[in-house]
Design a protein around this ligand. Structure first.
Ligand code: GKR
Ligand code: MG
Length: 431
């Protein structure tokens, strides 16, 4: 076979994907959420797939990056990354410390660039794997496990999006109290076999969320439990929650914002702290690790800059005795496949990874990925081992084209205002 891995084309397809009314501290998920699907085509006829955030600021950067990388080689990733680093980022796109829509920590030009680049890297690895007949995990040095464990991602949620809003219905029903959360967890366990449970908190006053975790502990004795309020609590509130839940928790995730606050909670709480908010870039590692502010970093291969950077992060964490696992934001099967390949190569992955995937009823793949006994089997097929369904892609792209612009940028506070016109993003700490 002619292995000319020159990138001849990069196709960028923004899509809007159905999302249920999941609550978090900033508001509620909108009925559709944006993602960007990337296809890297190489001269030997391979097409690799990648996926990343699809809000406008990512799309605006994706085009110039794609133009810059076309003509280069899909197997020349190191040079591709340096080349991409020269692409300018519009500074007006990086405002404020914490990402308003995505709860993804600090915003920097580099992080924005890496968030887009990660989809290109995954697509190049997929193309390369297809061309060589090798799975992505082999290109990353080889898997050290055959399955990757995921946790059930529990959300307080409404039964439906508000009346009059075009949305995909589901039959999960509302979960707004401890009984609802336990019922949701039971269903996750029955359907997918998950044995770890993470509850998205910061939605109700801490006492209610403490009651929900206690109810989970009673219903599922011995199952690892996590609570993640996305930084909605003060240091004092975090310590109170940690004091009450203590040994029931596998870890507490981002109880409060910022490394100094996390360090104080970590020093006094006696519960391990995980983060996908206070350490989201390499530049933040030194301070956080030196101050022992976090015990587990939840990597997100999108904003850390891809699968190889995730491996670098995991190696740094290992060196400092800090645990590593995976963060998730609403995503499709391409990203779940990518997460699974890289997670399969990380030694000492002791915590089940997060994934929103069970909440997504739609995908752009010919076949959905499956969770069996709470885990995804690592594919040994060439590349990522997934196949694009062009009709599905076209349908979800059509939805993006038809949108009047109101859903093209994730805005959980705007979705909340549909039912509560006075709602604004709450100032932090909320409690
Ligand atoms: O989907 O509402 C959500 C989550 O709150 C998400 O945006 C977070 O980034 O899942 C994430 C987390 O663990 O913080
Ligand atoms: Mg989190």
């Amino acid at each position: 076979m002619n292995r000319d891995l020159t990138i001849t084309d990069i196709r960028l397809t923004p899509v809007l994907v159905a999302d249920p009314p999941l609550l978090n501290t900033q508001g509620v998920h909108q009925p559709h959420t944006p993602r960007l699907i990337v296809e890297v085509v190489t001269a030997d006829g391979s097409t690799g797939l990648g996926e990343t955030y699809g809000d406008t600021k990512y799309l605006e950067l994706a085009r110039p990056l794609a133009d810059r990388l076309t003509g280069r080689r899909a197997d020349d990733l190191n040079r591709l990354f340096s080349e991409a680093g020269r692409t300018a980022v519009d500074a007006s796109r990086i405002s404020g410390r914490v990402d308003a829509g995505g709860l993804r920590g600090v915003q920097t030009a580099d992080k924005l660039r890496l968030s887009v680049l990660s989809a290109f890297e995954v697509a190049c690895l997929d193309a390369l794997g297809k061309s060589l007949g090798l799975p992505v995990h082999t290109l990353l040095g080889g898997k050290v496990r055959d399955t990757v464990e995921y946790s059930a991602y529990l959300f307080y949620r409404r039964a439906h999006h508000p009346e009059g809003v075009t949305a995909q219905e589901d039959d999960w029903g509302a979960a707004l109290d401890p009984a609802g959360v336990v019922e949701q967890a039971r269903r996750f366990k029955e359907r997918y076999g998950f044995t770890s449970f993470k509850l998205k908190g910061g939605v109700f006053p801490p006492d209610e969320e403490i009651a929900a975790v206690r109810a989970l502990a009673d219903a599922f004795p011995g199952h690892p439990l996590r609570l993640d309020p996305n930084g909605a609590w003060s240091v004092e509130t975090s310590l109170k929650v940690a004091g009450e839940l203590g040994s029931l928790l596998e870890y507490l995730e981002d109880p409060t914002l910022g490394t100094p606050g996390m360090a104080e909670v970590a020093a006094r709480a006696g519960v391990p702290l995980a983060t996908n908010m206070c350490v989201t870039t390499f530049a933040e590692i030194e301070e956080a690790f030196t101050r022992n502010a976090v015990q587990i970093v939840l990597s997100d291969h999108h904003y850390w800059g891809g699968l190889r950077n995730t491996q670098h992060l995991a190696a740094i964490c290992r060196t400092f005795g800090v645990g590593v696992s995976m963060h998730s934001n609403t995503h499709l099967g391409i990203s779940l496949a990518a997460m699974t390949h890289v997670a399969a190569t990380v030694p000492g992955l002791r915590h089940a990874c997060d994934s929103h995937y069970p909440w997504q009823s739609e995908d752009v793949l010919t076949e959905r990925l499956r969770f069996d006994d709470g885990a995804v089997r690592v594919s040994d097929a060439p590349g990522l081992g997934v196949e694009l369904d062009r009709d599905r892609l076209a349908l979800l792209h059509r939805r993006w084209l038809d949108d009047d612009g109101s859903l093209r940028d994730r805005d959980d506070a705007a979705a909340m205002r549909v039912t509560d016109p006075d709602w604004t993003t709450p100032p932090m700490p909320r409690w």
